[in-house]
Design a protein around this ligand. Structure first.
Ligand SMILES: CC(C)(COP(=O)(O)OP(=O)(O)OC[C@H]1O[C@@H](n2cnc3c(N)ncnc32)[C@H](O)[C@@H]1OP(=O)(O)O)[C@@H](O)C(=O)NCCC(=O)NCCS
Length: 172
């Protein structure tokens, strides 16, 4: 059983896009609140990832990837804040582990690698949001992220349930 975590450059990331689209479609179909609604077409999912390429090339977005036995099984994006008055802050986005590979520690390894890269970039504050009461929110709380509160009725889940959203931060 061989697994690895890596941070892709744009060329490596581009090759993974069809598989990353499958992982996004899988999450949306499972009811995750990750921007999109089920059913999500392969092309629309691929377009989302293609849209990250400019940030990756510019060095403002870092795609952290989990591979298991040569296959991509998870991803999380580290996205530096664009604003000149927030040079120390980044967002975490699209933390996704394919449903067949969950509860094996892949997301934990992805976040650890993301935090390591964020520190090496001189960043000190990570922020993001997650569906209130979700497995993802529990996952982040377990890793020491601070939940600052919930806005009710913020966004629909992939399968159409209106959910609250919690906002999180971590000082690293
Ligand atoms: C959230 C997600 C990324 C977790 O990935 P994962 O690889 O299964 O997470 P890990 O195996 O590293 O989990 C570590 C710990 O977090 C907690 N955790 C993870 N998923 C959980 C869940 N669904 N419910 C409750 N706790 C959970 C557990 O304490 C777990 O440890 P354990 O398995 O020993 O009990 C994954 O469930 C996922 O992709 N969900 C759909 C997409 C999504 O909602 N993304 C988040 C957007 S904000």
């Amino acid at each position: 059983m061989s697994s690895k975590i890596c941070i892709d450059d744009a060329a490596a990331f581009e090759k993974r896009i069809p598989r990353l689209a499958e992982i996004l479609i899988d999450a949306v179909a499972g009811g995750a609140g990750v921007s999109f609604m089920h059913p999500l077409a392969q092309k629309d999912a691929e377009d989302f990832w293609i849209g990250q390429l400019n940030g990756i090339k510019a060095g403002s977005t870092f795609p952290v990837i989990a591979e298991h036995e040569g296959q991509t099984v998870g991803i999380v994006l580290l996205i530096k804040a664009w604003a000149p008055n927030q040079p120390h802050r980044a967002d975490i986005a699209k933390m996704l582990v394919h449903s067949k590979y969950r509860r094996h520690g892949f997301a934990t390894q992805l976040i650890k690698a993301l935090e390591d890269r964020a520190r090496s970039l001189g960043l000190s504050l990570l922020t993001f949001d997650a569906v209130a009461g979700s497995g993802a929110a529990k996952f982040y709380e377990r890793l020491g992220f601070i939940n600052v509160g919930e806005i009710p009725g913020y966004a629909y889940s992939g399968t159409g349930k209106l959910d609250g959203t919690c906002f999180f931060y971590k000082l690293i």
